[in-house]
Write a protein that binds this ligand. Structure first.
Ligand code: FES
Ligand SMILES: [Fe+2]
Length: 402
């Protein structure tokens, strides 16, 4: 382990304004102690997106997800309420459900303890009763551990923290910013899952800079049409960043525009990063969201989720068009990134990387680095932060960004 990796003094070059700053050092992507601290200070504290409500449309519908090592179940109960529970049995800890499906209750595959959709322990089958003679045992003390969950625009978010603010408060201005896209009417139609040998931040950073497109995605890129990405000023507006272009290589078409989308939004495309690990791509015809699921410092599981407006999904030609015009085109792009990100990770593991300098196109990469540093080594003082982010005065809105 590098000496001083948790000392703020080790990150002077990253804390400077973008035009003067360097990327994070390699150990931030590969060191086990650093990763453990990311779990504690980031993934166990923030709100994390686990999926969408339309994945569990009916009473008893459920899906499971492993989120930073914790197996979870999202389920709709008979009253229509969405719950998220730990999927770990309260008897001796077997995982009670995997994959997705529909059920009336969850029965542990080990000794059949049985849980209602709302997580209550409702049965311990066997005769004579398997817990006969056990003292002070009450079913109500052994339900599945609940996980704090709230929804916004169809997205289900969870947090492992009791101290996190309510989801809508935490999101700040983001719901208003994205309102034109009517995300509550989006329907998830497709998911691709990728297991990648790289740190979660490497792919996240890759996804928020356009600089690599002319090289890595040159087959899809027209150098005579610069993409001119513009960065949204999110100072004091919540835990997110956004960039807009009229000419992204993923501005696919063939299916209708989102109903009521104004011409300014319909003319381009946003990439939105919601800290720490969600990316939303908003275009005139579709919304894609990506979940970055770390599985240790060296492994990333990526969920690529496609959604379209309900009215688009209902078209008779939807399936025929969506494969070739959207899913397949995008999978070509992602294969190109699948080649690059593990190469960078190997270099980080080698210890041979001496941090270089950012291009100004790497504005959000710089924000990602500074967010991670805020959480892992501690926030820097408000005036420095204001200077770094191009705001001459630190005001009380800096606290919202912290
Ligand atoms: S571990 Fe689940 S019933 Fe025993
Ligand atoms: Fe890429």
């Amino acid at each position: 382990m590098h000496d001083g990796i948790f000392s703020p003094d080790s990150y002077v070059a990253q804390r400077r304004p973008l035009a003067e700053a360097s990327p994070l050092p390699g150990w931030c992507y590969t060191d086990n102690a650093w990763y453990e601290r990311e779990l504690d200070a980031i993934f166990h504290r923030e709100w994390l997106c686990i999926g969408r409500v339309e994945q569990i449309p009916e009473p008893g519908s459920y899906f499971t997800i492993e989120l930073v090592g914790r197996p979870l179940i999202a389920v709709r109960d008979s009253a229509g309420r969405v719950w998220v529970h730990s999927a770990v049995c309260r008897h001796r800890g077997c995982i009670i459900a995997e994959g997705e499906g529909k059920c009336r209750s969850f029965i542990c595959p080990y000794h059949s303890w049985t849980y209602a959709l709302d997580g209550r322990l409702v049965g311990i089958p066997g005769s004579p009763h398997p817990l006969a003679g056990v003292e002070d045992f009450r079913n109500e003390d052994y339900g599945l551990a609940p996980v704090r969950a709230e929804t916004w625009a169809g997205f289900i978010f969870v947090t492992f923290s009791d101290n996190a603010p309510r989801l809508m408060e935490w999101l700040g201005e983001l719901p208003r910013f994205l309102a034109p896209y009517r995300l509550e009417e989006a329907r998830q139609t497709h998911r691709d899952i990728y297991d990648v040998d790289c740190n979660w931040k490497l792919w996240l950073e890759n996804a928020f800079e356009n600089y690599h497109v002319a090289t890595v995605h040159r087959k899809h890129y027209d150098p005579t049409k610069p993409q001119n990405w513009q960065f949204e000023d999110t100072w004091g507006r919540g835990p997110w960043e956004a960039m807009f272009s009229r000419r992204s290589v993923v501005a696919y078409s063939g299916l209708p525009e989102i109903a009521g989308l104004d011409p300014a939004h319909a003319a381009g495309l946003y990439h939105v990063w919601i800290r720490p690990s969600v990316q939303i791509i908003l275009t005139s015809s579709y919304m894609k969201y990506r979940q970055y699921l770390p599985r240790g410092p060296h492994k990333l599981r990526l969920y690529e989720n496609w959604t379209f407006p309900q009215s688009t999904v209902a078209r008779p030609d939807f399936t025929e068009i969506v494969g070739p015009a959207y899913y397949h085109k995008y999978s070509e792009i992602i294969r190109e990134d699948l080649g690059i990100n593990p190469l960078v990770h190997r270099a980080m593991q080698s210890g041979a990387y001496l941090p270089g300098r950012f291009s100004l196109e790497e504005h959000i990469v710089h924000r990602i680095a500074n967010y991670v540093l805020d959480r892992i080594v501690g926030p820097d003082d408000p005036p420095s932060r204001a200077a770094r982010e191009g705001h001459p005065q630190a005001d009380d809105r800096a606290a919202v960004n912290a």
